[in-house]
Design a binder for this molecule. Structure first.
Ligand code: UDX
Length: 439
């Protein structure tokens, strides 16, 4: 199969490299000349475990290349994937589709032979119809089908998620397009990933509903965590106790500082807007957004009350800045409102992150950055764990205690055990783990 991938952002680059690794011939296209030049030199613009090796081995094998000009790769392609960005539109929370629409027009102008044009970007229900209209308007004689194939990969685990998905959703009612996309994904049938064929609008809605449901699960357990703290229960055991019920499932029940990232906040906001446009009010999703925003802001107050009610003049060491581990992505990271809140409350903030500090500097210019976690906590009045990087789990706790001026640890990801921390003499606060006397 010959594939053109339009957009070399997160989804485009990972999908392009994985398709090439399946044995397809893939050309990734991006308007950003610097990015394409860097990719041609073998430099990967994002941090994603395994991506560097995957891209470079497929380039070497002659299955993957990069260009700024979509004409030739689109003309040659059996399938053209649109994987350009759909950021939140400033002001109203709707998804900004200008990049998708521009890509559709440019693709239309150079189509040749039967081609399936597939939206992979997360797009509002009905976008496939609009892409189809734009393509047919630009090139009325094109032999083309427009399909939807939403992507469910998680940052930090993107390659594994792409190669071992729970399902692949293909939205098109056209038999020829189903055959082409079935062939594109055939290598995955070896992994027993179910291919779900459905109609285009349904596929578009599946993506939003999946993200909104997962965001709801996280927000639900976060509220239960607040209650657990008050009643003296352990939210981790509550999560395990409910998660063992197959109807609920154990994943995405980890309480923390609230969800962030490039998808959940943006997509839940967009879903609420899509629904309102159709006179439907998604009250649960609206509540999830409001609760999550409040929660992120409340985390600085949590640190302050753990520190005795005031942070004025105190130094707080923040460990972890990215919205989750194994990424350098700072988009909507809980660390941003947290650190801003700490500064507003009069604290001095020092921070460490294994890979995200360069990105973080842009969002949080007014704090001190430290190259290692021990230097970060040295002389600090409190340490706050915001992102659960694996290296923070294995820190030398004795040493941490010696480095801190005051042995207060606020662990917003529950990476340490309360009994260990108590035994070491820390004052330890975590999320949703109320003190219950062990009987
Ligand atoms: C998400 C979806 O998982 C993925 O299917 C979709 O394609 C894109 O959005 P991603 O944003 O990369 O992926 O990260 P994810 O691992 O889902 O985490 C999102 C946020 O939720 C993070 O801030 C994370 O810390 C938080 N989270 C996740 C929790 O607080 N608790 C959990 O149990 C799980």
């Amino acid at each position: 199969m010959r594939i053109a991938m339009i957009g070399t952002g997160y989804v485009g680059l990972v999908s392009g490299a994985c398709f090439a690794d399946f044995g397809h011939q893939v050309t990734c296209v991006d308007k950003d000349g610097d990015k394409i030049a860097a990719l041609r030199r073998g430099e990967i613009p994002i941090f994603e475990p395994g991506l560097d090796a995957l891209v470079n081995s497929n380039v070497k094998a002659g299955r993957l290349d990069f260009t700024t000009d979509l004409a030739a790769p689109v003309a040659d392609a059996d399938a053209v994937f649109i994987a350009v960005g759909t950021p939140s539109r400033r002001g109203d929370g709707h998804a900004d589709l200008s990049y998708v629409h521009a890509a559709a027009r440019e693709i239309a102008a150079v189509l040749s032979g039967f081609t399936v044009v597939v939206t992979k970007s997360t797009v509002p229900v009905g976008t496939g119809d609009e892409v189809e209209r734009l393509i047919r308007e630009t090139n009325p004689s094109a032999d083309v089908v427009i399909a939807s194939n939403p992507e469910f990969l998680r940052e930090g685990a993107a390659i594994r998620d792409f190669k071992f998905p729970d399902r692949i959703v293909i939205g098109t009612s056209d038999e020829r397009a189903r055959k082409v996309l079935g062939d594109v994904y055939r290598p995955l049938s070896l992994n027993k990933a179910p291919l779900m064929f459905t109609a285009r609008r349904t596929a578009e809605l599946i993506k939003y509903a999946a993200n909104a449901f997962l965001a709801t699960k996280i927000t639900f357990i976060n509220e239960i965590a607040d209650l657990a703290e008050k009643v003296g229960a352990d939210v981790q055991e509550v999560a395990r106790g409910i998660g063992l019920d197959n109807r609920i499932g154990s994943k995405f029940l980890h309480a923390g500082p609230g969800f962030g990232g490039s998808c959940f906040p943006k997509d839940t906001r967009a879903l609420v807007k899509i629904a309102l446009d159709h006179d439907v009010q998604l009250r649960i999703v609206e509540a999830v957004l409001a609760v999550n925003d409040n929660r992120k802001r409340a985390m600085a107050r949590k640190v302050s009350s753990a520190a005795g009610g005031s942070l004025r003049g105190k130094t707080v060491a923040v460990l972890g800045l990215t919205f989750k581990p194994d990424t350098d992505d700072m988009r909507e990271a809980p660390s941003i409102p947290l650190v801003t809140g700490l500064l507003d409350l009069g604290a001095k903030v020092r921070a460490h992150d294994p890979v995200g500090m360069e990105q973080a500097r842009r969002e949080l210019p007014d704090i001190e950055y430290c190259d290692d976690p021990y230097a970060c906590v040295r002389g600090a009045d409190a340490m706050v764990v915001v992102t659960e990087w694996v290296q923070y789990r294995t820190l030398d706790l004795d040493r941490l205690k010696r480095e801190l001026a005051h042995p207060l640890v606020v662990d917003l990801r529950n990476i340490y055990r309360p009994e260990d921390m108590a035994a070491l003499g820390f004052i330890y606060e975590s999320v949703g783990r109320g003190l219950e006397p062990r009987k």
